[in-house]
Write a protein that binds this ligand. Structure first.
Ligand SMILES: *Cc1c(COP(=O)(O)O)cnc(C)c1O
Length: 379
C-alpha cells in the first residue's frame, strides 16, 4: 500500500468512526470514542522508568475521583474477572456467601469454589435483586466471613443496594463485602469510602468506555490484613504487591502501557463532565429506556423491563420480549440496520434483549436506537 492510499484509508476510517458513533450499544465492551482510541497511538515507554511513573501519578487522582476514595486504586492488566478472583483470593478466609442474581453473580460463586473456599449461593430469580433483610438472615448464623455481590448484574439489568448490603455485612461482625461493580462504577453512584466497601472492582470496557484490558480495584485495610495472613493467595493478583507498587506509582508487572494513555485521556474527560454529571446522564438514559418500554406496552406490544422498579440498573436494561419475537432475531434485525445491541444472556437469550446504555452515549443517540428498535418490533 502506498503512503497516500494508507493515509486515505486512515482518514476514511476516522471519519466513519466519528459519524458512526452512537450505534454500538452492547453491554460491554462499550463504544470507545475516536479521541480515546487515538490517544493510544504513542511510542512505547519502559514500564520501570520515570515516564511510566509520571503517567500513573497523573492517572491515580482521576481514578480516586471516580471511585470516591482517598485510598489507592489498583490497576491490573487483566479483564475484570481477574480482580474478581483477586477479591476472593485475598479477602475471603474460609467460608463465602455468594449473592447470585444472574450470570456474573454465578461467576463470582464459581470463582470462590475454584479458589478452594467453601461457598454457598443465595440465589434470587433472574431480574430480582438482594434485599438487606435477605442478607441479614443469611449471615445470622455466623457461618460466613465474606460475601460476594454484583452491584449491577449485567445479565439481567438488576441493581443491588450495595450501601445497605455493606452495612448489613459489617453489622454481622467480621464479614467483608466483595463488590463487583463492573457495570456500576462510572455510571452508577458508588461511594467507596462513605459506604465502607471492603473491596470494589470494575473493568475498563464497561461504563468507563475504554477498550478492554484493564481492571481497577480498591481494598480497605481489613482486606489487606486478611491478604497478609493468607498463604496461597498467588502472585499475579496479590493485593499486597499491588498496594506496595501503586504507592510508588508502579505496577507489579508489565502493564498494558497503551491502555494507560487511553485511561489518562478518559479520566480527563470524566473530570470535565464531573462524576455526578456522568451518573445523571446514565440515569437519564435509563429513564428514557424504561419510559420507552412503557410507551410500547401501552401501544399494545408485549414488552417489559425484566427488573422491577427500584432495582433497575442505570447502565443496562434487559427487555423481555413477547413470544412473537426472539432475542436473537431482534438482535440480527438491529444489526442489519447498523445498530448493535445484545440478545439476552444465557437462559434469557431467546426471550429478551439487552441494551447497554452506558459509557459515553447520550440520550439523543439512545433515542435514535429506540426509534429503530420500534421499527423492528412493530414490523
Ligand atoms: C463484564 C462483566 C464482568 C466480566 O468482565 P471481564 O472483563 O469480561 O472479565 C464481570 N462482572 C460484570 C457485572 C460484568 O458486566
Amino acid at each position: 500500500m502506498t503512503a497516500q492510499s494508507h493515509a486515505d484509508l486512515t482518514t476514511r476510517r476516522n471519519a466513519g468512526a466519528q459519524s458512526g458513533f452512537g450505534r454500538f450499544f452492547l453491554p460491554g465492551p462499550t463504544e470507545v470514542r475516536p479521541r480515546i482510541l487515538e490517544s493510544m497511538i504513542h511510542a512505547m515507554i519502559g514500564h520501570r522508568g520515570k515516564s511510566m511513573e509520571d503517567l500513573i501519578a497523573r492517572i491515580q487522582p482521576g481514578l480516586q475521583y471516580v471511585f470516591r476514595t482517598t485510598r489507592p486504586v489498583y490497576i491490573a492488566t487483566a479483564s475484570a474477572t481477574g480482580l474478581m478472583e483477586a477479591a476472593v483470593r485475598n479477602g475471603a478466609r474460609a467460608r463465602v456467601l455468594s449473592l447470585v442474581s444472574g450470570a456474573f453473580g454465578e461467576r463470582f460463586f464459581q470463582i470462590a469454589q475454584a479458589c478452594g473456599l467453601e461457598a454457598d449461593a443465595l440465589t434470587v430469580p433472574l431480574g430480582q435483586a438482594h434485599t438487606p433483610e435477605m442478607l441479614a438472615s443469611a449471615l445470622a448464623g455466623g457461618r460466613y466471613d465474606a460475601v460476594t455481590v454484583v452491584h449491577s448484574e449485567t445479565s439481567t439489568g438488576a441493581l443491588n443496594p450495595i450501601a445497605d448490603l455493606a452495612r448489613v455485612a459489617h453489622d454481622a461482625g467480621d464479614v467483608v463485602l466483595l463488590v463487583d461493580s463492573v457495570t456500576g462504577i462510572a455510571g452508577v453512584p458508588v461511594e467507596t469510602d462513605a459506604w465502607e466497601l471492603d473491596f470494589v472492582l470494575t473493568g475498563s470496557q464497561k461504563a468507563l468506555a475504554l477498550p478492554p484490558g484493564l481492571a481497577f480495584g480498591v481494598a480497605r485495610d481489613n482486606v489487606l490484613e486478611r491478604a497478609k495472613a493468607k498463604p496461597g493467595r498467588g502472585i499475579y493478583f496479590d493485593l499486597i504487591d499491588f498496594d506496595k507498587g501503586i504507592r510508588k506509582n508502579q505496577t507489579p508487572n508489565t502493564p498494558a502501557v497503551s491502555l494507560f494513555y487511553a485511561l489518562a485521556a478518559q479520566l480527563d474527560d470524566i473530570r470535565q463532565e464531573t462524576i455526578e454529571g456522568r451518573w445523571e446522564r446514565h440515569a437519564a438514559m435509563a429513564r428514557r429506556t424504561w419510559g420507552w418500554v412503557d410507551e410500547m406496552r401501552d401501544a399494545g406490544l408485549g414488552v417489559s423491563v425484566l427488573s422491577p422498579e427500584g432495582f433497575r440498573s442505570p447502565t443496562v436494561t434487559c427487555i423481555a420480549l413477547p413470544p412473537s419475537h426472539s432475542g436473537n432475531a431482534v438482535n440480527a434485525a438491529m444489526k442489519a440496520r447498523g445498530f448493535t445491541i445484545s440478545a439476552g444472556y444465557g437462559a434469557l437469550k431467546e426471550t429478551s434483549i439487552r441494551i447497554g446504555h452506558m459509557g459515553d452515549h447520550t440520550v439523543a443517540e439512545l433515542d435514535a436506537l429506540l426509534d429503530v428498535l420500534r421499527e423492528v418490533l412493530t414490523a
